[in-house]
Design a protein around this ligand. Structure first.
Ligand code: MSP
Length: 644
């Protein structure tokens, strides 16, 4: 029976803004899954989407559609992206799948019945865009430590998972199983930053929004992110369902792969949930680094988006996949720049691989009418070349066993470079001139065999070029797998060799960079226009709806800075009554500038607490690139005058 191998990516937030960093985990996992399949494993590769939560509920609302319609659209575009990048997943799970929802409810109930989930009250600093509660000490300058936005103090009834109970068990897990979490540096981070200071119980339900899996025995609550999201790794296999065949076959996972910022959830919360459910733990959690762009993480919230579809259109998916897999030292951060991408393509794919293939094809066509000669006469440099190729399997497997994809690729390209060197050493054109035909046959045979072997090794990483090579060299199907590469010399000779188009086209660095920059600028301005148009469409309202908004003129009678906030001012506004309004304009106006000014404000806004102050309205401002300016009547009017 085949050995099984179960690999997962995190499930993605359907934000709709996919960037080149988004593709990283998925492409890495894809290359590992493909590699394992080639080794003969029975592989299950899982990916999917994490579709619940307040942020989604809000995005859908802002776009005037239901959360389900919103996520359907985003998931559709994500699936298209994975298709473009040839992602060979075996299952795409959505947390909105009805089966998953039912399974999550069963899991929640199991944990509750065991006493590992209990009801209490939660208070914390909540960041709406990140959907995260933070303790006061975790805040950075009073703001969300992840995105730097304002947070609000929030309190709500919540169910809690007894995470604290598992701290010692998790420490022991790391001790007994040093390979559970990798790279090793992440273990220290977990111990020092989270386990040693002590784990608090984890709020696992919310009442503040509805877009989630309902807690089965309490209508007020929806299951909050982690029990809904993390359990996808077992619900996808049918755990807690009528058919758990896949679960029995594939669990525990061989590796959960993710970027470092969510290691904490996978290396602490997830094992604790599994321990509470009394089921085996995954064999490994691997926290890779980030793809960085202009010094920051390519992040959806920061808006530094590099469009993977456009990159694939320009350079082909093989080139983009290769860049992702080769450029980021595994486990560490890597940099994305247009220049690095182009240089990688020109150096490795064009110069090393492409050249080797096109030179060999050209020589076989020129000297032997496009028919591969059979091996003929052993000569100088041959044994060294063979040794490199015959030693490659162990090296590549060793790197891939530790999921070090860049290292595996580096070994493969070293072998490609060795073959190029062999051309320089043997100088086939001189052999031809001197009529050393037998030796020339061997040299071209050896080069073709090197190319075949390289194509086999490249199959997990590049999904198009290896097939092109096989077809141009007429490589039989039984010579396209790992079985055929451990021993040099599988090609027979006599195969037809066609001169194909260049595998990768050389890119004119300067010209391309300029073009890419111009494209990016154009895209930016088109996005702005789209946004503006979109805003009109999305916010189309009837006159009756507009009439619901009570706009008034009022005079600011007092103003002061809000303590602990750099953005907020507390204003006292005299309209038809006195109102307190907290406004985010501290960067643009000093309190002194405002006192005595007439402004326009929304007078019937539902009061909201901002930094502990109840704000009863909203000041109207105009905003452009230069900043924010208050709206005011052109001449003084009576306080409390309506605006229509
Ligand atoms: N929904 C959670 C995961 C829940 S898993 C039970 C989530 N989603 S995400 O869409 O924000 O991220 C999905 C994956 O993409 C994560 O591994 C994330 O770290 C990765 N990346 C997003 N931007 C990235 C880079 N710039 N570089 C590398 N990986 C990045 O987190």
């Amino acid at each position: 029976m085949k050995e099984k191998f179960y690999i997962t990516t995190p499930i993605y937030y359907p934000s709709g803004k996919w960037h080149i960093g988004t593709c990283y985990t998925t492409v890495v996992c894809d290359s590992i899954a493909r590699f394992k399949r080639m080794q003969g494993y029975d592989v299950f590769y899982l990916t999917g989407t994490d579709e619940h939560g307040q942020k989604i509920e809000q995005s859908a609302k802002a776009n005037g559609i239901s959360p389900k319609e919103w996520v359907d659209k985003q998931v559709d575009s994500l699936k298209k992206l994975w298709e473009l990048f040839d992602i060979s997943y075996d299952k795409f799970i959505r947390t909105t799948d009805p089966e998953h929802k039912e399974q999550v409810q069963k899991i929640f109930k199991r944990l509750y019945d065991k006493g590992d989930i209990y009801k209490s009250e939660y208070e914390g600093w909540y960041c709406v865009p990140c959907e995260s509660f933070w303790t006061k000490s975790q805040l950075k300058d009073g703001k969300c430590p992840d995105c730097g936005r304002e947070v609000e103090l929030a309190k709500e009834s919540s169910y809690f998972f007894r995470l604290s109970k598992y701290a010692d068990k998790i420490l022991k897990l790391y001790e007994d199983n040093p390979c559970f979490l990798e790279p090793k540096s992440r273990v220290n981070e977990m111990i020092n930053s989270f386990l040693k200071p002590g784990l608090s119980d984890l709020a696992v339900s919310r009442t503040s929004f509805k877009w989630g899996v309902p807690v089965p025995f309490d209508d007020e609550h929806v299951v909050y992110v982690w029990i809904d999201a993390l359990t996808n790794y077992i619900t996808a296999l049918g755990y807690a369902s009528n058919d758990d065949t896949l679960y029995k076959k594939f669990w525990p996972a061989d590796v959960h792969m993710m970027a470092k910022e969510i290691v904490r959830f996978h290396a602490i919360i997830w094992p604790a949930i599994l321990m509470a459910l009394d089921i085996p733990l995954p064999k490994k959690v691997y926290g890779h680094g980030w793809l960085l762009f202009d010094g920051g993480k390519i992040s959806k919230s920061k808006g530094n988006i590099v469009d993977p579809v456009e990159l694939a259109r320009r350079f082909g998916t093989d080139a983009v996949r290769y860049y992702l897999l080769r450029e980021v030292p595994f486990g560490q951060d890597g940099l994305y720049t247009n220049e690095l991408l182009i240089k990688r393509i020109n150096t490795d794919l064009v110069n090393t691989l492409g050249n080797l293939v096109s030179r060999t094809e050209a020589m076989i066509n020129q000297y032997f009418n496009g028919i591969l000669p059979a091996f003929s006469e052993e000569g100088e440099f041959d044994s060294d070349l063979k040794a490199v190729y015959e030693g490659l399997y162990d090296k590549v497997c060793k790197s891939m066993d530790s999921y070090d994809v860049p290292e595996a690729l580096s070994e493969i390209f070293k072998a490609a470079a060795r073959a190029n060197k062999y051309i320089d050493e043997t100088m086939p054109w001189v052999l031809y001139k001197e009529g050393k035909t037998e030796r020339l046959k061997t040299v071209l045979y050896n080069l073709s065999e090197c190319i075949r072997i390289l194509a086999v090794y490249l199959k997990p990483y590049l999904t198009k070029s290896p097939d092109k090579i096989f077809s141009e060299f007429s490589v039989a199907e039984n010579l396209q797998g790992f079985d055929s590469v451990k021993k040099f010399g599988a090609l027979k000779g006599g195969e037809k060799v066609i001169r194909g188009e260049a595998l990768f086209k050389r890119i004119d660095l300067e010209k391309e960079l300029k073009d890419m920059e111009a494209f990016a600028e154009k895209q930016k301005s088109e996005k702005k226009e789209e946004k503006a148009e979109g805003t009109i469409n999305i916010l189309e309202i009837t006159i009756d709806e507009f009439k619901k908004v009570e706009l008034k003129v009022g005079t600011v009678t007092a103003a002061e800075k809000v303590e602990k906030s750099q953005k907020l001012l507390k204003l006292t506004v005299e309209g038809d009554r006195m109102s307190t309004i907290v406004s985010g304009i501290a960067q643009y106006y000093t309190p002194e500038e405002l006192v005595g000014k007439q402004i326009v404000y929304v007078a019937n806004l539902k009061p909201a607490k901002l930094c502990g102050i109840v704000s009863e309205g909203m000041i109207l401002c105009a905003e452009d690139e230069s900043g924010v300016t208050l709206l005011a009547p052109l001449k003084k009017v009576k306080n409390g005058s309506g605006v229509s």
